[in-house]
Write a protein that binds this ligand. Sequence first.
Ligand code: IPM
Ligand code: MN
Length: 364
Amino acid sequence: MHKKVVLLPGDGIGLEVIHAAKDVLEAIASQFNHTFEFETHLIGGSAIDTEGTPLPDHTVEACQRADAVLLGAVGGPKWDQLPSHLRPEKGLLGIRKALDLFANLRPIKGFPTLLHASPLKEEVVTGSDLLIVRELTGGLYFGQPSERRDNNQTVVDTLAYTRHEIERIVDKAFQSAQLRRGHLTSVDKANVLESSKLWREVVEEKKINYPDVKVEHLLVDAAAMKLITNPTSFDVIVTENMFGDILSDEASVLTGSLGMLPSASLREDGVGLYEPVHGSAPDIAGQGIANPLAMILSAALMLRHSFGLNEEARRMEEAVEHVLERGYHTRDLHILNGMVVGTEEMTKLVVDFIYSLSSSEVTK
Ligand code: IPM
Ligand code: MN
């Protein structure tokens, strides 16, 4: 299989972790006889510095021509004082919108060796395995242009959704639940917001098409609480953009390792952008100590969701599990009696595991 992949390292540790994902993908390509053609482009603060905009046209055009996009992270204190239309985050929001990546999948599953570092009691968090399906191109993030009125005395942000936008993300979530344990929790604020009332109506209408999925509705405040008190009660959560942003950060710490969580942002036809949930970590950037595993796991999601390479994706995930089980970890993680390694060493351990497979284990 031949695929074109655009790399958007972005800022901070984005550069280091993208490099790691590329090395691992090259190992997969060579073991399974694929070719991945890589092209690197600017986004975020690094694009502001060199081109004066967080999302240059050539970046958008390259992503539109690609089969999939890998993104490191954007942002950093260097650009915090810029006006909001010029901030690095605008690059990320802009590329999500330009590619129509409406479905953001954030799987959260603990690795057994890391669970002891969870802020929750181990017996509460053990067995939690959930998927947040976050709507990514609507809601407060993309309403009517925000504005300040009356000489800074009034501000307006708008939460807008079309029925179509709700329907397509709800369908995606039902389909995801069918592939998992068949349980969908729709999260809204239907006791207050009109957008949430329509959201709930759409979920009720759609559920007839998915009789094998059990649906429940939960208000977002209750959902935030239940994620902490009873995380194992969730399978798939579907929610609008801003609620999904907040709940996914909350859920990400359940497993004791934000540095391990990948995400996929998908368009209807399967084209996708893949990025770790963690940010650009400017405090440790350039030191060679960043954890590349969330980026590597994001590349595995790319193989699965955009290229349909399920076995290759599984191999990458197994490689990560294997390295952790042997006790290797980066500084952000804690493994009892483990050994701390840097970004490059961690990447090499994953790559070596992939190359160690005998040809009989490689089926394609
Ligand atoms: C995320 C991030 C972004 C978001 C920011 C950087 C704009 O927090 O991907 O969750 O809010 O979507
Ligand atoms: Mn976020």
